[in-house]
Write a new protein. Sequence first.
Length: 113
Amino acid sequence: MKTLNGLCNFIETHDGAHLIELYKEHMPDIVFLDVHLPHVNGIDLVQKIKKIDPDAFIVMLTSDSTQENLKRSMINGAAGFISKPFIPRTVLANFKRCPFVHSENEEGEEASA
């Protein structure tokens, strides 16, 4: 995600089924997750991630920003919801809201997203 270049390290997958395995392996500070992914619904993944890590900070990104998707995302535990096409400052604002993300100056290392 170009907006966050230089602010954090990235782990990226386009396969929702692989996401849970990657989450367990890396335990990222923040997850940006699309509603529609191959093989699985992103909203359902929110619930699965929250079972692994109740404190997970997940922000949904989607072009399918219906009220139903927003409502289900929040009920399942998403901390934010951004409609595509998104404005970079909105992504950055959600990134900064994450309680686990600290700037390099604060922690001496980059966050992972």
